[in-house]
Design a protein around this ligand. Sequence first.
Ligand SMILES: Cc1ncc(COP(=O)(O)O)c(C=O)c1O
Length: 366
Amino acid sequence: MTIPFMNLARQNQALKAEYTAAFERVLQSGGFILGKEVSAFEEEFAAYQGVAHCLGTSSGTTALHLALVALGIGPGDEVITVPNSFVATAEAIAHSGAQPVFVDIDPDTYQMDAGLIEKALTRRTKAIMPVHLYGAPAPMERIVKIAHKHGLEIIEDAAQAHGTGLNGKRVGGFGRAAAFSFYPGKNLGALGDGGAVVTNDSALHEKMRLLRDHGSARKYYHEYIGYNYRMDALKGALLSIKLRHLDNWTAIRNQRVALYRELLAGTTLKLPVEPHGARCVYHLFVVQVEARGKMIEFLNGRGVSTGIHYPVPIHLQKAFSGLGYKAGDFPVTERAAERILSLPLCADITEDEVRQVCQAVIEGLQ
Ligand SMILES: Cc1ncc(COP(=O)(O)O)c(C=O)c1O
């Protein structure tokens, strides 16, 4: 038996005819960057998330950076976020010139612990960047209240949260802007890098639109020193095709997670707790296991691939040593980082494969 961590080949094979038609169309058009394919996808994705505006970008990282820069966040500012994320969250903040300030997470949901935010505020705090990790929502209602009270911006890192909801509202519209990633392995993945930044604020949207394309609204006239953060036409065309399948893929992911939960209940594994009022879209299914190294080896031996998201919290990464954090600063994140294990999950994993993974995990626990 071989069960990969995720299998993108099956999904892409099934859509090959639709991809080929889109490729022919883009080839014929001669327009390869932005243009109507990207605009169409932007409209569709904005509607999907329930927000007014969307801009396709070159990646999720550049989408985060674009929002920070457009909001005027830069040197001398601090942005509160979590240390248990992909490094890009903190990288985008650092690239804006601001300093990431971390707060610990809830041990059961892995989301930002909103109760710690006010303790991390200083006169320099300008924004909060919650991460909707693993496809579950951060506690946005509490975060929004704190941000309003202290006059802070919110930029949601929704890179792993396409369609995630909280009390009937989709993520992306809780703050001033939100960034999504279409990295191939994401729930909505491009064939290559891609991202989007969404907002309900028309002026912010317009500023980000210019900054995405060298600060220019009109060719060779530049209002800002901008960036090349544009999305390719072919990526937009293929993402439109994939977006039509996203609800179905999410339903399959969530069914597979329900089966994992059923089969692993009663074991010594710690299973993730869904935040109250959440509509999770399960980008990853992350459990905690005491003897993780031994379990990974055992599962490898059974042909089951796993992942760790993420093995080293950002505050302990060499790249961020300049921030002055040390081991012990975020005990919940650090404890989780030593035990978390992501089990195989994608929209194409079969029920039978989930059963085989669980069988192997249960044997590995003995
Ligand atoms: C939480 C989080 N933030 C940001 C990113 C950055 O997205 P990208 O890889 O598209 O730049 C990712 C994905 O890789 C992510 O998982």
